[in-house]
Write a protein that binds this ligand. Structure first.
Ligand code: UD1
Ligand code: CA
Length: 468
């Protein structure tokens, strides 16, 4: 169920697309359902249907998740009514699991437990209950004198005595399709919210012997209604992710400030992560990689034994084995950094291939370039790749040496083992093994500086002093 408005988020974006550890909250729920072995997943959408569908298609494949359209949000019972046509071909004895789209931390094992409990229950209905650690406006579980679940009373409809009940409805259910079909028809909107409550199915199950409630930890089932909930659940998600990676052999200097998105991985053995490291998107990290303080990697692949020093920012980049980057290296999309490459402080790459053993240790911009095996890029080198209209390619062949403060005006090639003298503006291709030098010839004026100083001293002596 993901059709709701999410009014309390106060957002232009549909609530279920807000992210927890980098992944839209609805995608967490779909991922858990898949992991639990769901044969068919139907997302009930309404508010911002197109945006939510596009997001599901992008992550799970076009059409992989069926969509049921709830045009008007008339309650959770009505939402599920809207999904019935999507399972019209299924037989009555099949089990349907109903999940809320705004509670992302539900584990797939819990879904399996629900199904098992539903199968065992005479009533054909099982649900998750929870005891919140703070006051939540959840539905309360009302039991009869024998402890059998009689019904759920929603928070707005509950008496003070009912609100004192500690067991609440977490919003996850498994039910036989036959019962679902029949009981949904009987729902009435005669309640405080004037909605069709899915929770009224519990009263129907009482007539069949009572639904089974399975208690789940609150942190796992907590729903998100506003941005305070969003932050709280995000912290819990990140803690779970970090603990998983630490158990798999990753060291974190400060887990509390280490931000690893849900879709990141694998991370290798003996990876070391400094404080404030953020790994985002589809990043993967090899064995023995060291990522020091403040590194931010988005959609990056890092091979084994690479060292990335503090405050380096890499995006859509592939890094080879034993490379040494940073501090303050910036690799922008399309960078390919091969094995044993060194990139130092304030070096920026974009759509650039640094081949094995190439070095650019200080202050350089290398864009739309290929830098050959063991080529050396001096301090302050710039590829002038853009003329205001088009982007052009710079090719620096293997073993070339580009002196400090040179500009390479693309399109241009520096041949194999060639030299570019410091301060040269290269506008023509440099042949293999040649030296290119293009700068104003130096003139030395003997004694000029000494004479200049003498003149200045004399002028100072001539000036009358202030207190004379
Ligand atoms: C619901 C339960 C409540 C439970 C709580 C747990 C009902 C009537 N109440 O209350 O017992 O304690 O969840 O979080 O079910 N939705 C639709 N279409 C609608 C209405 C809602 O798709 O017409 C979706 C929402 O997008 C959301 C989910 O259903 O993902 C839950 O809806 P919400 O309005 O948040 O229900 P609660 O009031 O939280
Ligand atoms: Ca809710």
């Amino acid at each position: 169920m993901a059709a709701g408005l999410g009014t309390r988020m106060k957002s232009e974006q549909a609530k279920v697309l807000h992210r927890i550890a980098g992944r839209p909250m609805l995608h967490w729920v779909v991922t858990a359902a898949r992991a639990a072995g769901a044969e068919k997943i139907v997302a009930i959408l309404g508010h911002q249907l197109d945006a939510v569908r596009a997001s599901l298609d992008a992550s799970f494949g076009a059409g992989a998740i069926a969509i049921a359209h709830q045009t008007e949000q008339r309650g959770t019972g009505h939402a599920v009514q809207c999904a019935l046509p999507a399972v019209a071909a299924e037989s009555d004895d099949r089990i349907v699991v109903i999940l809320t789209g705004d509670a992302p931390l539900l584990a797939s094992e819990r879904i399996a437990e629900l199904v098992t409990a539903c199968t065992a229950s005479k009533s054909g209905l099982a649900l998750l209950s929870t005891v919140p650690d703070r006051d939540m406006p959840y539905g309360r579980l009302v039991r009869d004198d024998n402890g059998v679940l009689e019904r759920i009373v929603e928070h707005p409809d509950a008496t003070p005595a009912q609100r004192a009940i500690r067991d609440t409805n977490a919003g996850f259910y498994a039910i036989r399709l036959g019962h679902l079909r029949k009981d949904l028809n009987a729902l009435r909107a005669d309640n405080a919210k004037g909605e069709l409550y899915l929770t009224d199915l519990v009263a129907h199950a009482y007539a069949r012997g009572g639904a089974t409630a399975i208690d789940a930890p609150f942190t796992e089932v907590a729903g998100i209604n506003d941005r305070v909930d969003l932050a709280t659940v995000d912290v819990a998600a990140r803690k779970r992710i970090n603990e998983g990676w630490m158990r798999a052999g990753v060291t974190m200097a400060d887990p509390a400030t280490t931000f690893i998105d849900a879709d990141v991985g694998p991370l290798g053995k003996d990876v070391w992560l400094g404080p404030n490291v953020a790994l985002r998107g589809k990043t993967t990290i090899g064995d023995g990689v060291h990522l020091d303080v403040g590194c931010v990697l988005t959609d990056v692949t890092v091979a084994d034994d690479t060292l990335i020093k503090p405050y380096s920012v890499l995006t859509e980049t592939v890094v080879g084995e034993r490379a040494k980057l940073g501090p303050f290296t910036h690799c922008r999309p399309g960078s390919q950094i091969d094995e044993d490459v060194h990139l130092g402080n304030f070096v920026e790459t974009k759509k650039t291939h640094m081949m094995a053993g190439a070095k650019a240790n200080h202050l350089a911009y290398l864009g739309d370039a290929s830098v050959g095996h063991k080529a050396n890029i001096g301090a302050g080198v710039i590829t002038c790749n853009y003329d205001g209209v088009g982007k052009y390619q710079t090719t620096i062949e293997a073993g070339a040496f580009v002196g400090s403060d040179s500009q390479l005006v693309a399109p241009v090639t520096v041949g194999r083992d060639a030299y570019v003298g410091a301060g040269t503006t290269v506008t023509k291709d440099v042949p293999r093994g040649a030296l290119a030098i293009a700068r104003v010839k130096q003139v030395n004026k003997e004694g000029w500086a000494d004479e200049m100083r003498e003149k200045l001293d004399m002028r100072k002596a001539d000036k009358p002093s202030k207190d004379a």
